[in-house]
Write a protein that binds this ligand. Structure first.
Ligand code: SF4
Length: 295
């Protein structure tokens, strides 16, 4: 195989500012000493979680959180429902709140809508059921908001009153528009109810879709690096694959396979999700260089 192969790391991939800020907050707190718990994985990336756990961060789930007293707990960028703050207060837990300001703003908008409208309208959230951010959003409505995961679920929503529609910040804009269009049409046919469309997709992520599509198109082979749990990773990888069939999803450099780097591959793009650390993409690029050299 020719050694003259171009490897490019996508400059638009990697952590968004919400995640960078949460990690900075965790590092700041850890440097003060003492135990710092984090409620859920700080990012959907096993390698970065491991790096921070080695620095002293202890990841806990909601069950463990409920047992905790007199401790310091970091809330990650995804945010939490009001019940988490109430429990912290009861159990004398100091919260280091690293909820992303964009998510906080969205929580406030949903709460205001719910408090103002009450039973007059229905709140629908386009997002992944059970995702931490979505749980935080649903919590603003006493858990009454309806969550739909895809445009095909629109038929499950009651169409007998006005709807106020919100989206999880990381959903694809085109799917969100599709959901809105179907709901609007359904409401119109069902007695002329109206849809209030709230554009709540974070552009830190939405712009990555066209960016990554173009990036994947110009390379012969794409290595996409992300934690397997990341919903943003799944959407961005789908986009890579749409642009370039020779796209592979890996979580660490160990998953690279020499057979992917066939003779006709002259340019390789390395990219990833908003939760993928730059250092990991660099490590993957270095490992690719080694494989190519040894092939
Ligand atoms: S994707 Fe946007 S809303 Fe979500 S954490 Fe990052 S900056 Fe915040």
């Amino acid at each position: 195989m020719s050694k003259d192969i171009k490897i490019e790391i996508d400059e638009h991939s990697g952590f968004c500012f919400g995640v960078v800020t949460a990690i900075k907050k965790a590092e700041e707190e850890l440097s003060k000493g003492g135990v710092l718990y984090c409620l859920g994985d700080i990012v959907h990336n096993g390698s970065e979680v491991k790096r921070l756990e080695e620095a002293g961060l202890v990841t806990i789930d909601h069950e463990q959180f409920a047992q905790l007293h007199d401790a310091k707990v970091l809330l990650r960028a995804h945010g939490e429902p009001p019940a988490t703050y109430e429990m912290a207060k009861r159990n004398n837990i100091t919260l280091i709140d690293a909820t992303c300001p964009v998510v906080l703003m969205l929580q406030k908008r949903i709460k205001t809508e719910y408090d103002t409208e009450g039973d007059k309208s229905r709140i629908v959230i386009f997002g992944k059921k059970g995702h931490a951010e979505v749980n935080g959003l649903v919590g603003q409505t006493d858990n009454r908001a309806i969550v739909i995961e895809s445009p095909s679920e629109v038929s499950k929503v009651g169409l007998d009153k006005n709807i106020s529609l919100f989206s999880q910040t990381t959903k694809p804009l085109d799917e969100y528009n599709e959901v809105a269009e179907s709901l609007r049409e359904g409401l119109k046919q069902n007695g002329g109810y109206s849809l209030k469309f709230n554009d709540t997709i974070c552009r830190q992520v939405a712009n990555r879709i066209p960016n990554i599509f173009n990036f994947a198109k110009v390379h012969d082979l794409i290595i996409f690096v992300s934690g397997k749990k990341s919903s943003n990773g799944k959407s961005l990888f789908a986009e890579c694959h749409r642009a370039n069939e020779r796209s592979y999803f890996i979580s660490s450099a160990d998953e690279l396979e020499a057979a992917w780097f066939a003779d006709d591959v002259k340019s390789i793009g390395v990219c990833g999700a908003t939760s993928t650390p730059k250092w990991l993409m660099e490590k993957v690029a270095d490992r690719i260089k080694e494989i190519i050299t040894n092939n």
